[in-house]
Design a protein around this ligand. Structure first.
Ligand SMILES: [Zn+2]
Length: 217
């Protein structure tokens, strides 16, 4: 199966990507992994991407697209793949569609992990990070024995700026703005499938797998 996974920050996308890909015996292909592989492998594209990243600039679409093309051309992706982090926008989605058509294939399904903003805030704003060892705790889901103290090393716990409610809400707004057109694009293509991403991790995986089975033929 050829699957794209989308979802807001805090939806547990990385975890689900891993589980779903392993259930389907297909490679999980994330843009982060592709970037790192190209940079550490010293490829032409990797050097180019690194120049942009070192300047603090966004890597241009054509560089990202070229890396994705290289990765999808590898043997292990011939029978299917799960893409995480690509496409990010409609132009990239159109390029992906053309690319797959050249390979004589197409996407089967786009899974959209759906979580309410308030639930994302509840998940992320409860995180506390240890100043000494960097371990991440959660006030509700994984609290340390003593409030404000890291069980692992005795260090002081603090809330990272990224985990503050206003930061999370801003990131969610940006995400919705950028992703809404992409979601409509795939809805129009008839391959969009929403998955309720609340509740235990295994239940979410189970829902995602049931949704995928409806598209597998
Ligand atoms: Zn610690």
């Amino acid at each position: 199966m050829r699957v794209v996974l989308v979802g807001p920050p805090g939806a547990g996308k990385g975890t689900q990507a891993q589980f779903i890909a392993s259930h389907l015996s297909i490679p999980k292909i994330s843009t982060g992994d592709i970037f790192r592989a190209n940079v550490s492998g010293g490829t032409e594209l990797g050097r180019l991407a690194k120049e942009y990243m070192d300047r603090g600039d966004l890597v241009p679409d054509e560089v990202t697209v070229a890396m994705v093309r290289d990765r999808l051309s590898e043997d292990d992706a011939k029978e299917g793949f799960l893409l995480d982090g690509f496409p990010r926008n409609v132009p990239q989605a159109e390029v992906l569609k053309k690319m797959l058509a050249e390979f004589g294939t197409s996407l089967d399904v786009v899974l959209n992990l759906v979580v309410e903003d308030d639930e994302v805030v509840r998940r992320l704003a409860g995180r506390r990070t240890c100043r000494s060892c960097g371990k991440v705790w959660h006030l509700v889901f994984d609290p340390p024995a003593t409030e404000g103290v890291c069980d692992a090393c005795g260090g002081e716990l603090f809330q990272r700026d990224d985990d503050r409610e206003e930061t999370i809400r801003r990131r969610l707004e940006v995400y919705q703005e950028q992703t809404a057109p992409l979601i409509s694009f795939y809805a129009d293509e008839g391959i969009l499938q929403g998955v309720d991403a609340t509740g235990p991790v295994e239940e979410i995986t189970h829902r995602a797998m049931s949704a995928l089975r409806r598209f597998a033929d």
